[in-house]
Design a protein around this ligand. Sequence first.
Ligand code: ZN
Length: 219
Amino acid sequence: MVYQHTFLDGSPCSLPVGKVVCVGRNYAAHARELGNAVPETPILFLKPSTALVPLSPSFSVPQGRGECHHETEITVLIGKTLTNAGEAECRAAIVGVTLGLDLTLRDVQSVLKKNGHPWEVAKAFDGAAPLAPFMAPQAFGDLAGQHFSLTVNGEVRQQGNTADMITPVLALLQYISTIFTLQPGDVVMTGTPEGVAALHSGDVLELELGELRAVTTVG
Ligand code: ZN
């Protein structure tokens, strides 16, 4: 299925599907659980548009390549071009907010990290970024103090709050825009809190943020 950005309220989205900019280790407790140092500047990486797929009703994880972990992340949809942008410009450019999964082949990534190689094979494969439908950003203010969670098979696996981000969303967009121009239709995944773990076929996931309650199955 070809991915298109969608809105939870069913309103149309005419934006193209662009790149995915991700940030690593934006929550100190998650950096610690993987034995990583807490970075002084955001660690950025990209996924291509071909990584985007709808989160629901189901999504797939690669088989035979070791553990594939869920990383539950607040994800924003960009509606305006941002280059070296200021905070107000970044705030005005957010046209949607949702949750997404930064799927990560953890065993593959561990080998890549050990060898000092790029992470794309572990994080940028087809279907590596399942996204729920976007909500209008007005309900989220400046995205400070937003609670979100992931439940797997009825058990809470990840709980996060944007208040715990090392680099908050607007500062993150400002920083990203000094490196990569953000274009309409791009999305930014803002990092995962602790609790990442392997997914298995048949797992039932429930992701919650604001009025979003997305239920999906690992196919
Ligand atoms: Zn992530």
